[in-house]
Structure formats: C-alpha cells, structure tokens
Design a protein. Structure first.
Length: 278
C-alpha cells in the first residue's frame, strides 16, 4: 500500500511515515536504507551528528529511484548555531550526501543556554533561499522557542520533531504545533528499548486486530496526526512498520492508549528546555 502524504505549511509534502537512520552507518547502513527504499519508504531522516550522511546519499543513489520521489532530511548540530557556521555545515552535509538539496533540514536542539537558535534559524531561512533546502524545520523546540522564532523572523517551522510515544504523548505540545500549522513528527515512536512492545493493553488491541504491537503504536501516531520515524535494519520489520494504513483504531482504543501516559515517560535524559546538544 502506498504511504499517504502530509502537506506542510510551506506547501511541500512528506510521507505520513519516515524511515529513521540513527545508528545505521557504513555499508550495513547503506544496505538497511536501500532495503527501506526498496520496500516502499519514500523518506530518510538523518542528522549531522548521526555521522551517516554519506551513507544516506549513497543509499539514495543506489536505490535507482528518481530523486524527486524521495524526501531526504538532515539536522544542524548545536555546536554550529552561529550563522556562518550553520550555512557552511549545510553545504558540507550536501557535499557528504552528494545531493543537490535536502528536502528537510532541522535545527536538532534549541540549546537555549547557548541562545543562538534564532541565528541558526536565520541561516536555515537563507539556505532555503539559496536552494539548499526545500523545507525548514526544528526538533525538540518548546512553545517559547517557537514563539521567539516567529517574533524575530516571522517564520515558523514546517515540522517540530519531538519525542513521542504512548508513555509520553505530549498532548500540550502536539496541540500547540497543530494550532500553529506545524506538523508534529515523532522520534523514538516505539519507545526505544522500553516495555511498550510487551504492554498488555497494546497486546490485547493488537491481537483483536490481527496486527503486531508495533503496528498498533505506529497507527496510533498516524491517528493522532503525528508522523512517526521508526527504524529497523531488517526488511521484514521495515515492511511491517510501514503497513499501518489498512486498518484503524477505534475511539475506545485511542482512549485506552491515552491512559498509558506516564509522568516519567520521557526517554531522553534531559528536558529540551535545558538540554545542550553538541
């Protein structure tokens, strides 16, 4: 089944599910990404700090798929938030991928203590004008960070990529994004190595639907209006992770899954309000 698309606030589109590439490096990483592209994923999510932009570019070229069919993303690291450094970093990322442009480029973390994320944002705006980037976005930004971007540049991001899974549903942040025309994208949508995949409630729902727990969670994301970024190196799992558009969760399912939210559900070590990423 074809993956549906989501239209962003700048008129560009992304698939409703994206393939994550964190820790997919070298030849093995290229093989995993190529497999994902071959089984029907149309988007690859990477970052400067993943140290695999070269592998991403190689996978795109080896896939044989037309470049315009794909959505390739990378992210600016915190240590390169200075305006000139940010533009140079984007250029270097393109050189590593050997691609002419990124479909999406994010500020990876706001680094509020450093206080240069607006400067970095202005660099992304300039990079878009130069044709380096089709759509500009952020990760892990809170409302106060987004409000400052709007106040100082007049431009809000197309996407805010945040930690999001049933133990940490981020209701308020998702609502803020939605109310301001920003798509929410979910990193660690399956809760990384948590016990989500063995949760009794999710197992019961999955058994009723004849699906796997991971598919139920990814469908939950889709019905929330979130774009999940699952990752797997195995073709069988890649196919299952993208096969979430031929069934639906009921309102009762969604209500029950909402009850799984935990005060300590966050997986990251620190809150993005204070996190410094280099």
């Amino acid at each position: 089944m074809t993956i549906p698309t989501v239209t962003l606030n700048d008129g560009t589109t992304i698939p409703a599910i994206t393939f994550g590439t964190y820790k997919l490096n070298g030849a093995a990483g290229v093989e995993a990404m190529n497999s994902a592209l071959n089984v029907g994923y149309d988007a690859l999510d990477s970052a400067f700090n993943y140290e695999n932009e070269g592998a991403v570019g190689r996978a795109v070229r080896e896939s044989g798929r037309p470049r315009e069919e794909l959505r390739v993303a990378s992210k600016l690291p915190g240590r390169h938030h200075d305006y000139d450094a940010a533009l140079t970093t984007i250029e270097e990322s393109l050189y590593r991928t050997q691609l002419d442009y990124f479909d999406l480029y994010y500020i990876h973390w706001p680094n509020p203590k450093q206080g240069k994320y607006v400067e970095a944002w202005k660099a992304l705006i300039e990079a878009k004008k130069r044709g380096y980037i089709r759509s500009i976005a952020v990760c892990n930004f809170l409302p106060e960070h987004l409000e400052r971007l709007k106040a100082e540049t007049g431009v809000l991001p197309s996407i805010n990529q945040i930690e999001l899974h049933p133990y940490f549903p981020q209701d308020d942040m998702r609502k803020w994004n939605h109310d301001h025309g920003i798509i929410t994208q979910a990193w660690s949508p399956l809760g990384r190595a948590s016990d989500l995949l063995t949760n009794p409630l999710l197992k019961t729902i999955a058994e009723r639907l004849g699906k796997e727990v991971g598919q139920v969670i990814l469908r939950w994301h889709h019905q929330l209006g979130s774009v999940p970024i699952p990752k797997s190196a195995t073709p069988e799992r890649q196919i299952k992770n993208r096969s979430i558009f031929d069934f639906a969760l009921t309102e009762d399912d969604m209500t029950k899954i909402a009850s799984l939210a935990r005060a300590d559900g966050r997986l990251a070590d620190q809150d993005p309000a204070t996190y410094e990423e280099f």
